[in-house]
Design a protein around this ligand. Structure first.
Ligand code: MG
Length: 138
């Protein structure tokens, strides 16, 4: 193929930018995060951020902001604030585009107090129990 034709094809070819899949992870706090009697270390949240995911809290967020100095570098959203967990998750999914929506929290039938499995199901989020996440499931 003549050189000039190749050059022209390269010039008009659409630029395709590949991006990694981005997920939003919402974490319950009590009985989920290590700082509140759960198995998930804060370093696991930082690792998700480094991988390009969005990380936030859907639980006892006041506990976290009062104890973690740099909480604002760790999470992108706090909640629920004056609403239910279902409301928070529903609103996030409605407005924030992502490839996957994951709630990490408790199933009181197994461990913990918060009905996060139900909230995730109602809001259309994928649910991971705190122990599953801590064991490496994503
Ligand atoms: Mg909980």
């Amino acid at each position: 193929m003549p050189f000039l034709l190749l050059k022209l094809i390269r010039a008009i070819r659409p630029r395709v930018r590949y991006r990694r899949a981005m997920a939003i992870f919402a974490f319950d706090v009590d009985h989920t995060l290590e700082i509140s009697d759960g198995p998930v270390p804060l370093s696991a949240l930082a690792a998700l951020r480094e991988q390009g995911h969005v990380v936030g809290l859907c639980g006892n967020w006041g506990f976290v902001v009062q104890r973690v100095t740099d909480w604002h570098r760790l999470v992108s959203f706090l909640g629920p604030i004056a609403c239910t967990k279902v409301d928070q998750l529903t609103e996030l999914k409605k407005h924030v585009p992502a490839d996957d929506y994951v709630m990490v929290g408790n199933d009181p039938a197994v461990f913990g107090n918060s009905p996060d499995r139900e909230a995730a199901a109602e809001a259309g989020w994928r649910f991971l129990r705190e122990a599953e996440f801590a064991a490496g499931m994503r």
